[in-house]
Write a protein that binds this ligand. Structure first.
Ligand code: PLP
Length: 459
């Protein structure tokens, strides 16, 4: 087909889900009841839900048809073999261990490969990934390029690994203390920023020299591949599918949250190339997730995932998906609102430190900005700042990340351009009244992943 300039959706709508509209008074009560934490809102109280792109995608008619072909046999479901084939064919990994979602795979690989006192370098932390590394006795070290911590820096591949920094980590701790490099494509916490193929190749060379594995968090690999096609010399004529396969070929194994790029509401997997590691992982999945041919999933879930993987590597799909995100980012930036640049693949990240410079980081500016955006028009976003960063497990002190952000995450194939316009208008309206907004204090703090359940009160 002729390649369209427009990012218009390559699908039409067959069924709709009606939304509830709320009044300002209802929202005021709802956010107070939720302790100013958007995770604690009920979805019925939300108009446009940009909390996350995780498990919120709309499945295609083909995927729904696949759900009807679920083979719910306890062992050896035919859907497992479809999924295994999709993973081998699309990503090139040899062995598959299905898990209920991404963190199930992270749990298994961390327990398997990390020993107490180990160091795991990676291109910026992710909440569940780092927690599993720490619970296994490891210590995460951030080796992303410094540009990633600067919201204004327009580096085209802000997800890249700083190879100098990684070399220093290897020199300091020794390769024996480093079970693997934790490589994410594209980097969620940096704002959905991609890694370049050039950087990946250099990373492979460096790690091979030291006998260190690369474990790939491939949750958003299709979005990363799209940016490589658009931005990296030599890749413009390549298919998204071939770029994805090349990315995976430089790594030794992968954890996948299929709730993101693979277009399903639940599912994930661990994929491996080394048989002995696979054998142990297959043994461990039985303890924590389920038999190795279902890993905590129903047969129908695996079928929808197998089909979703195929759909996720189509150019028309990923062009429209990222196109919609870029459209929203441009509208918000044009209104003068500070955002992370360049706009990433799965959402627009508001720079809360620049949006609310009068609120100190220990008064949770991003948490408050997310609450205010909900109050404004019923749009749900999430904090990605000091609350998400949590406490240092050794010192018990708050970690103060350089990025204090609010994430407007766009579910795949769910909202329209008109919805994006409402979001941009609402962000601009909050920006207009920003000087009147005050900070928050935390009144309840859970022990793990506190951002999910913490409660706040206005100061
Ligand atoms: C969502 C996510 C995970 C964890 O996956 P779940 O399916 O939510 O358990 C891991 N890494 C990244 C980058 C993610 O975005």
């Amino acid at each position: 087909m002729h390649q369209l300039k427009s990012w218009a959706e390559p699908y039409k709508i067959k069924m709709v889900e009606l939304l509830d509209m709320t009044t300002h008074a209802q929202r005021l009560k709802a956010i107070a009841d939720a302790g100013y934490n958007t995770f604690l809102l009920r979805s019925a109280e939300v108009y446009i839900d940009l909390l996350t792109d995780s498990g919120t995608s709309a499945m295609s008619d083909q995927q729904w048809a696949g759900m009807m072909r679920g083979d719910e046999a306890y062992a050896g479901s035919r859907n497992f073999y479809h999924l295994e084939e999709a993973v081998q064919k699309t990503y090139g990994y040899k062995y598959l261990v299905p898990t209920h979602q991404g963190r199930g795979a992270e749990h298994i690989i961390s327990k398997l490969l990390i020993k107490k006192g180990d160091v795991i370098p990676g291109n910026m932390y992710f909440t569940t990934t780092r927690l599993h590394q720490e619970l296994a006795g490891g210590h995460f070290v951030d080796v992303i390029i410094p540009e990633a911590h600067d919201p204004e820096n327009e580096h085209p591949f802000k997800g890249n690994i700083d190879l100098q920094k990684l070399s220093e980590v290897i020199r300091k701790y020794g390769a024996k203390k480093i079970p693997y490099v934790s490589l994410a494509t594209s980097v969620n916490m940096a704002g959905g920023q991609p890694v370049s193929m050039e950087n990946l190749k250099a990373l492979r060379e460096l790690t091979s020299k030291h006998g260190i594995r690369i474990i790939h968090d491939m949750t958003r690999v299709a979005e990363n591949a799209y940016f490589i096609k658009e931005r990296e010399p030599g890749y413009n004529r390549r298919t998204i599918a071939s770029i994805i396969k090349e990315i995976c070929s430089y790594t030794d194994g992968a954890t996948m949250s299929a709730k993101k790029d693979a277009l399903v509401n639940i599912g994930g997997f661990l994929a491996l190339n080394e048989y002995p590691v696979f054998e142990e992982a297959r043994n461990m999945v039985v303890v924590y997730e389920g038999l190795h041919t279902y890993g905590g999933l129903a047969g129908r879930d695996m079928e929808a995932m197998a089909i979703g993987i195929g759909e996720s590597v189509s150019y028309d799909h990923i062009h429209a998906r990222v196109g919609q995100v870029l459209y929203l980012g441009k509208k918000i930036a044009d209104a003068g609102v500070p955002i992370v640049k360049p706009v990433g693949g799965h959402g627009v990240f508001l720079n809360a430190s620049a949006f609310l410079p009068h609120i100190k980081q220990d008064q949770y500016p991003a948490q408050q900005l997310a609450a205010q955006l909900y109050l404004e028009s019923g749009i749900r976003s999430m904090e990605r700042g000091v609350v998400s960063a949590g406490r240092d497990p050794k010192t018990g002190k708050n970690r103060y990340p350089k990025l204090e952000l609010v994430r407007l995450t766009i579910p795949r194939r769910v909202y329209t351009q008109a919805h994006m316009d409402v979001v941009a208008e609402s962000v601009a309206a909050v920006y207009d009244r920003r000087k009147k907004i005050k900070g928050l204090k935390m009144v309840y703090e859970p022990k793990y992943l506190r951002f999910f359940q913490a409660r706040f009160k206005p100061l």
